[in-house]
Design a protein around this ligand. Structure first.
Ligand SMILES: C[S@@+](CC[C@H](N)C(=O)[O-])C[C@H]1O[C@@H](n2cnc3c(N)ncnc32)[C@H](O)[C@@H]1O
Length: 187
């Protein structure tokens, strides 16, 4: 359930289109890798400022060289709140993910989702791809359940059959804000 290969152009088009970016609004990408989604974000939303996080130093340096207009940071998605605040956009409406979520334990998924939810506005959306061949494996099913516990609406796009391997995009809407403690009753 990790990446078999970098996402191809058909999947990148599908995922970025599913994000429904308003050209000009700030966009966050997590797990940018070799940059197929980055390139597509710039194509579909050329006026949007983009923050791309990629922890691999070689990939991050290469991304910055190829996409000079993008703010590339060699960082894990867990640091999103600090990174977005320093960028000047503490809240965004759209997060484009290339993370291999399902290979991770629940605790790491939760840690990263906490960071994503901390920067998503109430009308925010996260998009993330999922390979067709692995969608019914227990880890993928479990991750879908985790997503459904953190977002009020999780839907999926049609399949990008031209991608190797075929994949679809999970579209996660209505981020659930952490419950705030209720008012204290006195008297
Ligand atoms: C499956 S690849 C996807 C790359 C690219 N987005 C694509 O679609 O081809 C996942 C990428 O996420 C990066 N990554 C792994 N753990 C991460 C984390 N905690 N935060 C951000 N990126 C991470 C990896 O270094 C890798 O480049």
């Amino acid at each position: 359930m990790g990446a078999v290969a970098p996402s191809g152009p058909t999947l990148a088009r599908l995922e970025v289109a599913a994000a429904e970016i308003a050209n000009g609004e700030p966009i966050v990408e997590i797990g940018a890798g070799t940059g197929p989604m980055t390139s597509e974000i710039l194509r579909q939303a050329p006026a949007s400022p983009v923050l791309a996080l990629e922890p691999n130093p070689v990939l991050a340096a290469d991304l910055q060289r190829r996409f000079p207009s993008v703010r590339v940071e060699q960082a894990f998605a867990q640091s999103l709140p600090e990174r977005c605040a320093a960028w000047g956009h503490p809240q965004v409406r759209r997060v484009v993910s290339g993370l291999p979520w399902a290979i991770w334990p629940d605790s790491l998924q939760t840690e990263i989702l906490d960071a994503v939810l901390a920067i998503l506005s109430p009308d925010g959306r996260m998009v993330s791809f999922q390979y067709v061949h692995s969608q019914f494996l227990p880890a993928a099913v479990r991750f879908r359940t985790v997503l459904e516990s953190r977002f009020g609406g999780v839907t999926q796009t049609p399949i990008a059959w031209a991608n190797v391997p075929p994949a679809f995009v999970l579209v996660c809407d209505h981020p659930r804000l952490k419950e705030r403690p209720g008012p204290t009753l006195h008297g």
